[in-house]
Design a protein around this ligand. Structure first.
Ligand code: HEC
Length: 289
């Protein structure tokens, strides 16, 4: 028989553990470079934002070391990394979550489908050569840092999925937040309302926009990243009223903006370019902005 005092002690202990300083994620930030989590995590499904201090991430059981180049532009070093599937063991997802949006300090947003994350085991870099960003991280490029968090794929952790993702790249620099989402819900504005009925050509262009542009250019209802400060309505105007410039700009933006982070799309065939223009033209005609 369990004595009443013991019966009472058990829930009290559980409560004390729940409130202990070690629990993740935290309700308030401990440092400026805490990783934020939001969206469809069990702990944030109420709409809150929570925080993961780097020190707490470094103490998680899944943390491991790789010796390799984190990117082509950066020297090989000992990397302290947390595979993203292991992060999800410490910070579990809520029902319905099937994608992770990596939100970056420059408002780049990339989408990592969960099934891909579980196959490829991308990592979150916590230390470079044993150093935190405050102790000095290399830059990704003259115009782009790596810190506070960087994600990439390593052959030591999982197979690269050669098919890539329909939502753009899944590696990201300067990550400040991971937002768990339901992919269908996230992309609903692209497929409903004024965009529910596109021509086949424009539908192909929509796929291209989501894969190649939406990390930096917000789509309908602001879905996506905004590194560019030029939402879809601006692109619609260029594509319809300024078509020659649009094509040259998309093919090679550096000719107009030498320092731009916008990638070149020299591999775009004339057909792909026409599909993209068809999407933006039909979106404009339908009043999408
Ligand atoms: C990595 C981020 C990024 C991606 C991806 C990207 N862009 Fe951009 N884009 C920018 C930025 C940033 C600017 C603003 C120019 C600047 O200051 O660098 C821009 C500007 C533009 C402009 C306007 C140029 C002007 O004169 O104001 C157009 C048009 C454009 N992008 C089209 C596209 C299209 C179409 C795609 C997809 C095929 C795309 N971009 C993908 C970052 C991006």
């Amino acid at each position: 028989m369990i004595r009443p005092a013991v019966r009472l002690a058990v829930p009290l202990l559980a409560l004390a553990a729940g409130l202990s300083a070690g629990e993740l994620p935290r309700a308030s930030p401990a440092a400026a470079d805490d990783l934020r989590v939001s969206g469809l995590f069990q702990s944030t499904a109420d709409g809150s934002v929570k925080y993961l201090p780097r020190s707490a991430l470094l103490a998680l059981p899944g943390v491991t070391h790789l010796h390799e180049k984190p990117a082509d532009s950066i020297a090989a070093a000992d990397l302290t990394v947390l595979p993203i599937p292991r992060l999800l063991e410490a910070v579990p997802l809520a029902p319905g979550a099937d994608g992770l949006v990596l939100v970056c300090s420059d408002r780049w947003e990339t989408m990592m489908p969960l099934d891909l994350a579980r196959t490829v085991h991308p990592y979150l870099m916590l230390e470079y050569a044993g150093r935190t960003p405050a102790q000095g991280w290399p830059r990704f490029s003259p115009v782009e840092g790596l810190a506070p968090y960087y994600s990439n794929w390593s052959p030591a952790l999982g197979p690269r999925d050669a098919s890539g993702t329909p939502y753009g790249e899944f590696d990201a620099t300067q990550i400040v937040e991971i937002r768990a989402v339901n992919m269908r819900e996230r992309y609903a504005p692209f497929y409903s309302g004024p965009l529910a009925h596109l021509s086949p050509e424009a539908s192909e262009g929509r796929k291209l926009f989501i894969k190649e542009c939406n990390m930096c250019h917000p789509g309908p209802q602001g879905v996506g990243g905004n590194t560019s400060q030029r939402p879809i309505a601006v692109l619609e105007v260029h594509a319809t009223l300024n078509a020659a410039y649009f094509r040259r700009m998309v093919t090679n933006p550096k000719q107009f903006f030498p320092q731009t982070v916008m990638p070149t799309h020299e591999y775009f065939t004339p057909q792909m370019m026409s599909q993209l223009v068809a999407f933006l033209t039909e979106a404009r005609a339908a009043g999408v902005n």
